[in-house]
Write a new protein. Structure first.
Length: 190
């Protein structure tokens, strides 16, 4: 990794000054290319190249096991929703899963009232958490990192945010699942 950085820095050049009012910027230009061969979560799921499962039979709310069965890396973005297994979850931070690797990732629950299997594996509904809730989740995770607790969220605060949004939109769900908000709002978006 150090050689990669050194090679990159050695070939940088300073571009022409760009000014606007009292601000001047000198761009750093590079023709250095690093290609990453990866799949997105949805691409990997559609190709059956990934399994996302509970960490063990009993499950653990803040952790899931990701099994990358492909020869490519898999990019999972913060805020992507995983549905199924014992309860729906949201990914806490963007992560690149190594090829042919099994990794435990940190997640947050977005379905407060269910803790029972609906499927063995998680699926994707090809959606991410709403921007304002994703920003709050990122702030929670950042706070946790500063306290050396890893990429963890404030689960109670997240449930409060989901409840408040559902209440504002007059959405009800037996399990208080975030997905109910999307089911109600999707027809209006299309």
């Amino acid at each position: 990794m150090q050689n990669l950085l050194i090679n990159y820095l050695e070939q940088l050049r300073i571009g022409q000054k760009q000014s606007y009012k009292n601000l001047a910027v000198y761009p750093l230009l590079s023709e250095y290319v690093v290609t990453l061969d990866y799949l997105t979560l949805d691409e990997a799921m559609s190709q059956d190249a990934i399994d996302v499962v509970e960490i063990d039979k009993g499950g653990s709310v803040p952790e899931l096991k990701v099994i990358n069965k492909s020869g490519k890396m898999i990019l999972i973005l913060d805020g992507e929703e995983l549905v199924g297994a014992k309860q729906n979850r949201i990914v806490n931070t963007t992560i690149l899963i190594a090829a042919n690797a099994t990794t435990v990732i940190l997640v947050s629950c977005v379905e407060q009232g269910r803790w029972a299997y609906t499927s063995n594996k998680f699926a994707s509904e090809q959606r991410r958490m709403a921007p304002e809730m994703r920003a709050a989740l990122a702030a929670d995770v950042s706070f946790s990192l500063k306290r050396d607790r890893g990429y963890r969220s404030d689960q109670s605060a997240l449930w409060d945010r989901i409840y408040a949004k559902a209440d504002r939109l007059d959405v009800m769900s037996d399990s208080m699942e975030m997905a109910a908000i999307y089911r109600k709002e999707t027809p209006a978006i299309k």
